[in-house]
Design a protein around this ligand. Sequence first.
Ligand code: C5P
Length: 225
Amino acid sequence: VRKRIVTIDGPSGGGKSTVSRALAAKLHFTYLDTGAMYRAVAYHCREQGIAAEEGPQLADLLASLRIELLPPLPGGDDVRVLVEGGEVGQALRTPEMGMLASQFSALPMVRATLTRLQQQIGAGGRIVAEGRDTGTVVFPDAAWKFFLDASPEVRAQRRAAQLRGKGETVDEQQLLAQIIKRDKADRERSAAPLQAAADAVILDSTQIPADEVVEQMYAHILATS
Ligand code: C5P
C-alpha cells in the first residue's frame, strides 16, 4: 500500500521549497524540509570543530544528536530548526552552509541517522517531503513523487533574488558556480545520489512560475487519489 506522502526531489534552487510549502498548505499536509536537517548537522559539526569525514567523533555526535523542526513563524518563510534545543536561524540558509551540508550529506553515517529520523516523522503519512533522495531512499512507497528540475542559470537567478529579499548582497556568477558544483557533488556521490525515482513525475520549472507548478502537482495528486 502506498503511503499518503508526496516527495519532491531535485537540484538546489529549482523552486522546491516554495512549491513544497505551497503544496503542503493546499493539501493540509506537513512540510518536511530534509535539506534543513543536513544543514543542521553541518552547522552543528562546524560549531563542535568536527570535520566532514567519518570517525568516532562524528559517530558520537550523531548518536546523541537532537534535531527538531518547527513550522515557520507567522509571516516567516523558513522552517525553524532546533539543534540540541537551540534555534539556529538564518545561519543555516547561507550558500556556504549549503556547500558544507553537501559535504556532510555524502557520508553514509550522516545519511543513515537523518533518513531514520525523516522516516519517523513521516510514519503517519500526510507529509510533503522535499530533498534529494526522498522519493528514492527515504519514502520509496510514497504515493506521489515529483522531480523538479530547472536550468542552472534560472536556479542561480532565483536563489539570488531570494537572498536579496533577505537583505543580502550576492554575486550571481559565484552563486551559479556554487550551484553547479553542489549539484555535481550531489549527483555523483555513491550514497543516495540525487536522481529521479523511476516512478517520479518529472517537471521542469525553467519556464513555469512556482504557482503553476503547484497547480500541476495538485491536479496530478487529485487525478491519482
Ligand atoms: O535543499 P538544501 O539546499 O537545503 O540541501 C542542502 C544539501 O543537503 C544538499 O546540497 C544535499 O547535499 C543535502 N541533502 C541531501 N539529501 C536530502 C536533502 C538535502 O543529501 N534529502
